[in-house]
Design a protein around this ligand. Structure first.
Ligand SMILES: Nc1ncnc2c1ncn2[C@@H]1O[C@H](COP(=O)(O)OP(=O)(O)O)[C@@H](O)[C@H]1O
Ligand SMILES: [Mg+2]
Length: 484
């Protein structure tokens, strides 16, 4: 039972293979073309042989009719009667048929079979021939004979004096066609064998490049190495290989950046732990540590725990913001209200940094967004604007909208971002000044989170900055969420 099932599974697999289908197609096409060609050759031979025989019969009949006129055969009591009789016999044995001479009253005056002399002969062909003074020819395909009727016309008066009626057998043609058919049949069998071989070769030739591609792809190990083997057979397979190589390269880039990310994450997470280890070790190794020192060190350790916590939270936000991580929670949100709440929450930090925080919006904006994610994105921008500012500086959050997009502009009078860093600020863990950023509690993940949140909303972010003068971030988001 099992073997039967596996046989059918294997069979259906064969039926679905390109190689098998090409093979069958070539065999069918070859077989049909051979059949059509051989049949048309036979048919052509048949019709040509018929027309040759008809033409011959007509020509000979005409010659005979002329002769009859010249010898006045149809005039009664002609003494050429005997000669003509001889001629008719030669004629009829040459054509393997029967020849009759019929006068204008449709009475048979001569018959090579000697059966109908003196009788009336009124067939459609004979009457037609006599009436229209024209030759008539007819092929009886069922009984295999050709009938021709040629008028005997008086040279001077052009009057029809009688008809030469010839009926010849076409058996010889049929025999020839049969012989030819047998020969063609043998040739056909040989050709079919040849076509099967050809089909096997063609199907192998056409499919081989794909087999090679599969081999090449299978040979790629986990290291994303681009396959060495070139597959130049078809433009299409070369394209497939190119696309595959590109995909590999892209995967390699993704893999590299993933590795880099993991090593960055480990490094960032290990730094607070290392500090805590140093702090605790130094307390443990010394005796009689004053209580104030204990307190001071414990405060430092608590700070490091906070930092560790911040990094982990940022990492979690980043992962959640990843495009592949689930669907955003889209709802109609009052963007003005949302922005005011952000300002309200960040005002204490601004005050602490002696930075003036301003908000400006010219009209109410309702948009389809994920409020939590968008709040985080804008908060990060405003927070950066406050943190990378100067005492006495300002930060301005501005809202604008048209019928398609709303934009959030966060401008500051801070330290600015160097031109060469502008392209990198969205990278994970990228910080222009590592020590300064760390000092003020930065993880280098804020803008990465912001950018991911904006991309999730099919929006765009752009930054312009002048070092020492300030930075402006502009975010543009569709008012209606674009579902996939
Ligand atoms: N408004 C700004 N003014 C100056 N520099 C900025 C501003 N926003 C971001 N940066 C620079 O970009 C870097 C990346 O920002 P971000 O991803 O938020 O990380 P961080 O946690 O360091 O704030 C920051 O370290 C800072 O150097
Ligand atoms: Mg930040």
């Amino acid at each position: 039972m099992k073997t039967i099932i596996s046989f059918f599974i294997q069979k259906s697999k064969i039926l679905k293979s390109l190689k098998f289908r090409i093979f069958v197609l070539v065999v069918l096409v070859g077989f049909f073309s051979i059949s059509i060609v051989s049949e048309s050759i036979l048919a052509n031979y048949h019709s040509r042989a018929l027309s040759t025989q008809t033409t011959n019969a007509l020509n000979q009949s005409r010659v005979l009719a002329n002769h009859l006129v010249k010898t006045n055969y149809l005039e009664k009591d002609s003494d050429s009667a005997l000669d003509i009789k001889e001629e008719l016999n030669v004629f009829s044995s040459f054509f393997n048929g029967r020849i009759m001479v019929i006068d204008s009253n449709f009475v048979v005056v001569a018959d090579s079979y000697n059966m109908s002399v003196g009788k009336y002969m009124v067939s459609k062909e004979i009457i037609g021939c006599a009436k229209n003074n024209s030759t008539v020819q007819q092929y009886d395909s069922k009984n295999h004979y050709i009938e021709t009727a040629v008028p005997i016309t008086d040279d001077d008066s052009k009057a029809v004096m009688g008809v030469v009626f010839l009926s010849t057998s076409t058996e010889n043609i049929i025999d020839n066609v049969d012989v030819l058919r047998r020969k063609v049949g043998i040739l056909r069998v040989a050709l079919v064998f040849l076509i099967i071989l050809l089909a096997a070769f063609v199907s192998w030739l056409l499919v081989e490049p794909f087999v090679k591609i599969t081999k090449a792809i299978n040979s790629v190990d986990n290291g994303f190495g681009v396959p060495e083997e070139k597959i130049p057979d078809y433009i299409e397979t070369v394209d497939i290989m190119d696309a595959f190589s590109k995909l590999l390269t892209r995967m390699k880039t993704v893999d590299d950046s993933r590795e880099e990310f993991v090593s960055n994450v480990s490094h960032e997470l290990k730094t607070p732990l290392a500090s805590m280890k140093v702090l605790s070790d130094s307390i443990r190794s010394s005796d009689n540590v004053p209580i104030e020192t204990y307190k001071e060190f414990m405060d430092d350790i608590a700070d490091e725990v906070d930092r560790e916590n911040t990094i982990i939270n940022d990492l979690l936000s980043l992962v959640k913001m990843d495009k592949t991580a689930g669907k955003p929670n889209i709802a109609s949100v009052d963007v003005n209200l949302m922005s005011e709440q952000i300002i309200k929450r960040l005002r204490p930090i601004a005050d602490k940094n002696n930075v003036e925080l301003m908000f400006e919006a010219d009209k109410p904006i309702i948009a389809e967004i994920d409020e939590t994610k968008m709040t985080l994105a804008i908060s990060n921008l405003v927070e950066n604007a406050i943190k990378y500012n100067k005492p006495g500086g300002w930060v301005k959050l501005e809202l604008e909208a048209d019928h398609q997009f709303f934009s959030v502009k966060v401008a500051d009078s801070g330290i600015g971002i160097p031109k060469e860093s502008l392209d990198h600020i969205y990278e994970r863990f990228y910080r222009v000044d590592k020590s300064h950023s760390r000092e003020i509690g930065g993880t280098g993940l804020g803008l990465a989170i912001t950018r991911n949140a904006i991309l999730l909303h099919r929006g765009a972010i752009k930054a312009t900055s002048i070092e020492g003068e300030g930075t402006t971030f502009v975010v543009r988001i569709p008012i209606k969420y674009v579902y996939d």
